[in-house]
Design a protein around this ligand. Structure first.
Ligand code: GLC
Length: 429
């Protein structure tokens, strides 16, 4: 157990050590480039002591935006042999090397928070300059990732969801042909314990999906309508819905009235569309395979993002609250990435049990908005307790609090500074 001021300093030191000048790497060894949603969370950490640097993190990320509005999940600002798959494998052929898939769009929500807490006009100008880029990315989702026009988000690779190795992807990924995967050498297992990482079979499938995208020249329309993996991801869908609400607030504040009308319609459409993800038997929102129509039926930490998106009706709210009750009674630390009663639950393997500080932040924000203050606070306190006990790990075992994945992780440090390390919950988003 370490005291708060010491942890505050340690968190700032991590952000400093992982700062590569204008952008921050998630972790210097395992993830040596700029990751999309990591940078959005990291900006919230910087904002606690250097607001300009917070803006810069997002500006750098958006400087790698493609002309069609697409935002990649990784920007390869420099070479690093320690990571696989690198820019050559992705083969996106852009001036700034990036991957070819995206990640959960939390950036608009962070920019809205920065805007609302701005301390001077120049910050508002920075928000105004970012606004069209955020809007273009959200338009991209509508154009390329919502083939049925229901306000949902189709994920074309498990890595897009940010919940890379979730058991929700097992069945859809099993249908992916891996017979033509080029030979490769993994790097993640040379930095981290293999028992915490995805298996070789999972990795072959990941690579087959990357090769499919590269072979069709990253034609996103084709990938989302004909590709081998197309799953409506509950986390991306909920996060985009919330981000559209935050973009709407920005549009109104910045005088983009036409956009505001368009966003209102988009939000109303998504509020209806998400019902496709509700699984009556599971009593939860679950990801659903677009190819087979099958729901995963799994309660994951992403199921609770329904509160963050503001979509749970009374019956759904009751059902989700009883899952919280059941899981919260069973585990020391909330919120596990998979239901502990599921057979695939594993306390240390990637996204199959461990707790992530960033997901907890989103879940807790939603719970607070929905008036479930006690649960919001439990999630926040558990996150703080994990960091106090173990340090700034990538993720944590929900029973013992042991750190899993990489240490000195930027987004965990940022979440401590912005939220989990505060003495009481503030106005977090
Ligand atoms: C892993 C996580 C993903 C994150 C990345 C960098 O791939 O699953 O969510 O963005 O690491 O931290």
């Amino acid at each position: 157990m370490t005291d708060r001021p010491t942890l505050d300093r340690a968190a700032r030191d991590i952000l400093k050590a992982n700062d590569r000048g204008g952008y921050t790497v998630p972790n210097g060894h395992v993830y040596p480039f700029q990751w999309n949603w990591d940078s959005a969370f990291v900006a919230l950490g910087f904002a606690t002591y250097n607001r300009s640097r917070a803006w810069e993190e997002i500006e750098t990320l958006f400087s790698a935006q493609w002309d069609d509005g697409f935002m990649a999940h990784i920007v390869f600002w420099q070479d690093d042999e320690g990571y696989f798959p690198g820019p050559k494998v992705w083969g996106t052929n852009k001036k700034i090397a990036t991957s070819g898939i995206t990640q959960p769009p939390v950036a608009a929500s962070v920019v809205r928070w920065l805007y609302d807490s701005a301390t001077c006009d120049s910050e508002k100008e920075r928000a105004a300059a970012l606004y069209p880029k955020l809007a273009a990315w959200h338009d991209w989702f509508e154009k390329y990732r919502d083939p049925d026009g229901k306000g949902l988000v189709v994920s074309v690779h498990p890595w897009e969801s940010g919940r890379d190795n979730s058991a929700e992807w097992d069945e859809p990924a099993a249908a992916v042909d891996i017979s033509n995967v080029d030979p490769y050498v993994r790097r993640d297992t040379s930095h981290l314990d293999a028992s915490m990482r995805p298996t070789k079979l999972d990795y072959d499938r990941y690579l087959a999906m990357v090769q499919y995208g590269r072979d069709c020249g990253w034609d996103h329309k084709k990938i989302a309508t004909e590709g081998p993996f197309r799953v409506v991801d509950v986390s991306m869908t909920m996060i985009l819905l919330r981000a559209n609400r935050d973009l709407l607030a920005l549009a109104e504040a910045l005088g983009h009235s036409e956009d505001a009308e368009k966003l209102k319609a988009r939000i109303a459409n998504a509020e209806k569309g998400v019902s496709w993800l509700w699984n009556e038997d599971a009593g939860a929102f679950c990801s659903r395979d677009m190819i087979t129509g099958k729901s995963s039926g799994m309660v994951t930490s992403a199921s609770f993002l329904a509160f963050y998106a503001g979509v749970a009706n009374d019956v759904q709210r009751q059902a989700l609250a009883s899952h919280l009750e059941r899981i919260g009674n069973k585990l020391t630390y909330m919120v596990p990435s998979l239901d502990p009663d599921h057979e695939e639950f594993d306390t240390i393997r990637y996204w199959r049990g461990p707790v992530w500080a960033v997901v907890n932040f989103l879940v807790s924000t939603g719970l607070a908005d929905a008036g479930l203050a006690d649960w919001a606070e439990r999630v926040r306190k558990d996150t703080g307790a994990l960091i106090e006990k173990t340090g700034f790990y990538e993720a944590f075992c929900p029973t013992t609090g042991r750190g899993t994945g990489g240490d000195d992780f930027s987004w965990t440090a940022a979440m401590w500074l912005h939220w989990a390390g505060k003495s009481k919950a503030g106005n977090v988003t």
